[in-house]
Design a protein around this ligand. Sequence first.
Ligand code: MG
Length: 365
Amino acid sequence: MKITNVETFLLDVPLKQKAITDSQTRLESVEFVAVRLDTDEGITGWGFNWNYTKGMRAVQTVIEDNYAPLLKGRDPLEHKNLMRDLFYTNHFIGRVGITQVGLCAVDLALWDIRLKLANQPLWKYLGSCKTKVKAYNTDGGWLSWTTDELIQDMSSIIDRGFDAVKMKLGRPDPREDYERVKAVRKALGDDVKLMVDVNTVWDLKTAITWGRRLEEFNIEWLEEPMHPFDKKAHAELAHRLDVPIAVGETIYTKYDFRDYIEMGAVDIVQADCTKLSGIDEWLDVAALGRCYNLEVIPHTNVQQKLHVQLAAVTSNAPMVEYCYESLLDIWENPIKVIDGYYTLPEEPGLGCKFTNKVLEDYRIG
Ligand code: MG
């Protein structure tokens, strides 16, 4: 089999809900790059990657200029050799960030070809340990909500069958964060799992002070409290606090996860396949977590179908984030959550192809 053509699609897909904010970002739409690999045997592979803000045009350029020439004419089943060759073409322009986001999109398209050839979805191909996957809901709890909106929002999520929710922190005055968590915990009661997410904006002193104060509200985990490159600060924080520390959505390599884990700087490993180089590296990180008896709970917003399948083959992945419900139907055969559990996709392939309508209506490049 040979790859005959590489096509990319730059998309800007608006949210079907009012703009939302965390401590770093105000979000009205999501940018995507979709990658289509055609083969001489008629099998087509689809991959993608995404960003909350602009910048995916740079990813598209890397795929077209650096990766496409190396892919054309090659056998897609030579998957690992191809990934090695694409990785090394980035030698002086960056091994993570934009280059890696593009690399993952290609990896997903190569997996899609392999799975379509095997006529199976990913989770069946790899061998599953679950038939459904628990969802925890982060499609609420935004920083821009008033406390009343926050409580109403979180309560309605619980009424729909979820028993675990996450809310955003990182207001300029941490006392406001404290009061908001207090109000939400009181409204939800003690039986709901409540997580909090700072999106990296605290320094170590703030994280120690306010992380400790928040422990009185029985927080399930404190997510991304500080700059993700500062492993030493996370190790210090994890040592000082009882609440588990969660990181992963802005960590790009298995080596960084290894260092976080060995330093005792992380309790909940939130590895995101779309920020790593793809499926194999995600599985490596999950295995690493298993060696240290750590849970891997992948960061997810638009990439649920991918992470649900990875969680289904991973014994130490107890649940997957559920977010951006308004964008679920951008994918063909959209995934569902029933009574707080994801169903698993049945169609052969990776299942990460946008609908033709989305590819046509929101294409900007
Ligand atoms: Mg987060």
